[in-house]
Design a protein around this ligand. Structure first.
Ligand SMILES: O=C(CO)[C@@H](O)[C@H](O)COP(=O)(O)O
Ligand SMILES: [Fe+2]
Length: 224
């Protein structure tokens, strides 16, 4: 398998009343996928949207790859709904479900979606060792989950490096505070799937930012 650089903008800080237009604009400007942040007000102290909204978006955008970042206490509860809404990858946090990760991975796959496993900043990276074979991607959070627009945590880069060294073919995603000033660190550490919210959404030239983020990752992938 050869790794690909992929940029998945987060629409969290976009104008959510124009969700479809904002999403389509990101795709037209070169986004490889959409990262949809689902929050339940319990696992994180914030609320966003759930499967009904994702389904509406899917009805308008047929072809793009949708990843839902499930910041919820009960990820097992929403698998069927999200599959029915047309989600391609279901990325859930392992912290609230440490004893049932394999079971949830199996259910996500049976529902026809790819599996992403997410780790909060305080979670040690080696806990995913036992689950790598069940996952399509590991997400290393580079902020505390819950809000867009936070400061990037450079001290998460050793986790990314460790994963890349031990799993050369694994899709590794970073999420939180990633933009033009922080992308090189992520790319050098070995991340190939990049979530970027504020840096892309607030730019007057989304295409340029997405292009630069991708180029940084592609350069690093060539060097590896
Ligand atoms: O999951 C989250 C936050 O919990 C992220 O997806 C952020 O929303 C990305 O936004 P920026 O940090 O890039 O503004
Ligand atoms: Fe996210």
């Amino acid at each position: 398998m050869s790794l690909k650089a992929k940029i998945g903008p987060s629409i969290l800080n976009a104008d959510l009343c124009a969700l479809y237009e904002e999403s389509q604009k990101l795709l037209d400007n070169g986004a490889d996928y959409l990262h949809l942040d689902v929050m339940d007000g319990h696992f994180v102290p914030n609320l966003t949207f759930g499967h009904p909204v994702v389904k509406c978006l899917r009805n308008k955008i047929k072809n793009a790859f949708f990843e839902t970042h499930m910041m919820v206490s009960k990820p097992e509860q929403w698998i069927e709904n999200m599959a029915d809404a047309g989600v391609d990858q279901y990325t859930f946090h392992i912290e609230p479900v440490v004893n049932s990760v394999p079971d949830i991975c199996r259910k996500v796959r049976e529902a026809g979606m790819k599996v992403g496993l997410a780790l909060k900043p305080g979670t040690e990276v080696d806990v995913v060792k036992d689950y790598i074979s069940m996952a399509d991607m590991i997400l290393i959070m580079t902020v505390e989950p819950g809000f867009g627009g936070q400061k990037f945590m450079s001290d998460m880069m050793p986790k990314v490096k460790w994963l890349r060294e031990n799993y050369p073919n694994l899709d590794i995603e970073v999420d939180g505070g990633v933009g033009l000033n922080t992308i090189d660190e992520c790319a050098k550490a070995g991340a190939n799937m990049i979530v970027s919210g504020t840096a892309v959404i607030q730019s007057p030239d989304q295409k340029e930012v997405i292009g630069k983020l991708k180029k940084s990752v592609e350069c690093a992938l060539h060097k590896h």
